[in-house]
Design a protein around this ligand. Structure first.
Ligand code: HEC
Length: 99
């Protein structure tokens, strides 16, 4: 009985951790979409399109915003919350979108 409860707990914990991990980048991309568009095409003329851009270029820009090498207030703030894995996934995500 005890063992069953323990096993059930372990299952819940591991699936919750997994869901969180997955939602992580999805949640972030929703925030990016506010400016860059859900389809990677920005609605505002002063925001660049990201769809179909080179993956390496996107990754390098996000890293540069994060470090402050490419100065931009909003992008610095947005990139600060990203892990290296998030940045790689986001760059891949936008690079794969059709222009
Ligand atoms: C508040 C609006 C806003 C949000 C939210 C936002 N961005 Fe940006 N982003 C911009 C603007 C404006 C620029 C242009 C910066 C500049 O002029 O240097 C930019 C530039 C970029 C660039 C460089 C594009 C290029 O062609 O050089 C990348 C990559 C990027 N954003 C990714 C993201 C990602 C990923 C997120 C979510 C984590 C995000 N942005 C969220 C406004 C935003």
């Amino acid at each position: 009985m005890r063992l069953a409860i323990l096993a059930a707990c372990a299952l819940v914990v591991s699936s919750a951790a997994h869901a969180e991990e997955k939602a992580g980048v999805g949640d972030v991309i929703v925030q990016c979409a506010a400016c860059h568009g859900a389809d990677g095409i920005a609605k505002s003329a002063d925001v660049p399109h990201l769809a179909g851009q080179q993956e390496l270029y996107l990754l390098n820009q996000i890293k540069a915003f994060r470090s402050g090498k490419r100065p931009h207030k909003e992008m610095r703030f947005m990139s600060r919350q990203l892990t290296p894995a998030d940045m790689a996934e986001i760059a891949r995500h936008y690079a794969q979108m059709p222009r």
